[in-house]
Design a protein around this ligand. Structure first.
Ligand code: SAM
Length: 492
């Protein structure tokens, strides 16, 4: 395992936060399914292959009673991640340097059980031996009703990316180190794209034209990622020794062998995007591939899926229910709070409008139903419509729209300490995110000014202290960003 460790020590992975991994979302999904979900705010949460811990840190910042642990093989990432958390005074967050393969019985005992285990961006990027160890660990470490999240690259979508990966590995293979391999691969990708573009125009053979177009589409996708400066993604998905996508049905079989079973996609695709939308095709799948695993695999083929985020549980807890019918009704929706992130005017549905107007505040089913003076069932039906097409967060607790007012509201003290890292670090290695693991974009000067929202200063006083030309516009924008990130609280 030494080379994996050396690799990640030399090329640490920028540590983003991912909304679908947020323990609040994991609890919400479990509640949706009528499972006895552990309460996230007091849960024990573990991330395997956590890099700097940026995916679990926003949750730890906001939930002081939760116990948050990360394990990673890279000493550099673990050391820096722990220093970041220490700088914020976080006492419920700890990263442990450990190879997943070498966690023995004693260590397992010491770690204890976890209610939520996250393995994001890990499973496809390790050898088969580590893959098995990940599933074994999850089975050993999950608490009674615990839920694990595993993301991985899948076929058939990755078949065409594999061509680009093979190409980039081939053209960069003579380079001595990773930095020059990356540069060479990027240069040669552009070379390939340039040729494909010219060849597409000149190509008369329709079959060759289609295959050229397909490869060019994938190459353009990758070029766009490169343009955004995400070198770490190119390195880890396209140049790393191990990137081993698999078919979903094979993943489900591996789960079964490890005493685990597939629950649902973290994006709730199995419920809200579980049809191809054309009766003939959907009926064919449900008649010929009746189990959930087969049906899902068929849809992966039809939709050329390349990535999955699967929630899993211990098989013994779910037992016969693992092929359960996703019958999500008013009862299930009644347990949750909803936040609509879409801003378009298309919907024309009253629930959509109510959620849009309430944003960033969350609303639950009965609040929506009272507000719109309509029964729960119709409110529920309109919510379902929104879920199929819009970006909606679900949460087990209410999120309020708090506006800044001197003497009444302030920036949450835990957030102030979190922001200080981004103020003092010119090149942050983690992403700033809110409790729902949603990205928050604050410039260093905005983050600095946010600390003045301490409940002692009025907006007018903050404005004077900033001495900016466009102070009104700056403060307005910042106030909105802080409210939308749920970074403010009432304190009186
Ligand atoms: C592709 S990165 C993903 C990081 C992070 N989870 C994310 O998605 O942003 C994979 C991470 O897994 C860690 N890793 C790889 N093999 C490991 C092993 N055998 N034991 C522990 N960590 C490992 C690496 O050090 C690296 O930080």
């Amino acid at each position: 395992m030494q080379n994996v460790k050396e690799y990640y020590d030399e090329f640490p992975y920028f540590s983003a936060a991912f909304a679908d991994c947020s323990p609040l979302r994991l609890q919400s999904v479990a509640e949706f399914l009528g499972l006895d979900a552990p309460k996230a705010n007091i849960a024990r949460v573990l991330e395997l292959g956590c890099a700097y811990g940026g995916n679990i840190l926003p949750f730890a910042v906001h939930n002081s009673q939760a116990d948050v642990v990360g394990i990673d093989i890279s000493s550099t990432q673990v050391k820096v991640g722990n220093e970041i958390a220490k700088g914020m005074g976080l006492e419920n967050f700890k990263l442990i340097e450990k190879d997943i393969l070498s966690i023995d019985k004693d260590k397992l005992k010491k770690l204890g059980k976890f209610d939520y285990i996250i393995a994001h961006g890990l499973y496809s990027w390790v050898c088969d031996e580590v893959k098995e160890a990940i599933l074994r660990l999850i089975h050993e470490l999950l608490s009674q009703n615990g839920i694990a999240y595993i993301s991985y690259n899948v076929y058939p979508g990755w078949k065409s990316f594999d061509i680009l990966r093979d190409y980039m590995i081939f053209v960069s293979s003579t380079q001595k180190d990773q930095t020059s391999r990356l540069e060479k691969a990027k240069k040669e990708l552009k070379f390939l794209s340039d040729y494909l573009r010219i060849n597409l125009q000149a190509q008369n053979d329709p079959t060759l034209r289609d295959s050229t177009q397909l490869l060019l589409t994938q190459a353009n996708f990758l070029q766009n990622i490169i343009k955004k400066g995400h070198d770490y993604y190119v390195l880890h998905d396209f140049l790393e020794t191990s990137n081993d996508p698999m078919y979903f049905y094979k993943f489900a079989a591996s789960l079964k062998k490890s005493g685990l079973c597939y629950l649902i996609d973290a994006g709730l695709d199995d419920i809200f995007r579980n049809s191809l939308g054309i009766y003939r095709f959907d009926a064919h799948i449900s008649q010929n591939y009746p189990s959930r695993i087969e049906g899902e695999q068929m849809r992966d083929f039809m939709l050329n899926r390349s990535f999955r985020k699967s929630l899993v549980m211990k098989s013994e807890i779910l037992g016969d229910r693992s092929d359960f019918d996703m019958d999500i009704g008013v009862n299930e929706f009644s347990k949750l709070n909803f936040i609509l992130h879409s801003r378009d005017d298309k919907s024309g549905n009253a629930v959509y409008e109510a959620l849009k107007n309430a944003y960033p505040q969350s609303l639950n089913l009965s609040e929506l139903s009272n507000m719109l003076e309509q029964d729960l069932q119709s409110t529920y039906s309109q919510l379902i419509e929104i879920f199929a097409t819009q970006n909606v967060s679900i949460a087990p607790k209410k999120f309020h729209h708090v506006k800044y007012k001197k003497g009444k509201t302030r920036i949450k003290p835990c957030v102030a300490r979190y922001l200080e890292y981004f103020i003092n670090e010119p090149s942050p290695v983690i992403l700033l995110a809110n409790e729902l693991n949603l990205k928050v974009e604050l410039t260093p000067s905005e983050a600095k000014a946010a600390l003045k929202f301490d409940g002692q200063n009025s907006l007018e006083e903050i404005k004077t202290s900033l001495a900016l030309k466009n102070a009104d516009e700056f403060l307005n924008k910042l106030s909105n960003k802080l409210s939308e990130a749920y970074f403010l609280e009432n304190f009186n």
